[in-house]
Ligand binder design. Sequence first.
Ligand SMILES: [Zn+2]
Length: 110
Amino acid sequence: MKLKLRTGDKVLIRIGKDKNERGTIQRVVDAKTDHPRVIVEGLNMCRKHVKPNQSLPQGGILEKEKPIQPCKIMLICPSCGQPARVGRKNLADGKHARFCKKCGELIDKL
Ligand SMILES: [Zn+2]
């Protein structure tokens, strides 16, 4: 299955402690593998205990985004503002564009 999410997409978390929270995809990790995941800015935070080091001399707890499986999030359509299923359309010039199955509008700017 090809990942339909891209950096900069607005998404809704469907499952977990951040359920129904909205955020922006900051990064796609492992994009080339069978198990791509995405990092959503400010969501799915996890705490990491850090030993004292140069940037954090006293050590402590660092909050960091944890990658989320794509099945746990849903894209929010920029046109209708609703969490929507995404389809793919073939364009005349041979490219593909994503579209919202709810309102039919293209998600990618051409
Ligand atoms: Zn839409």
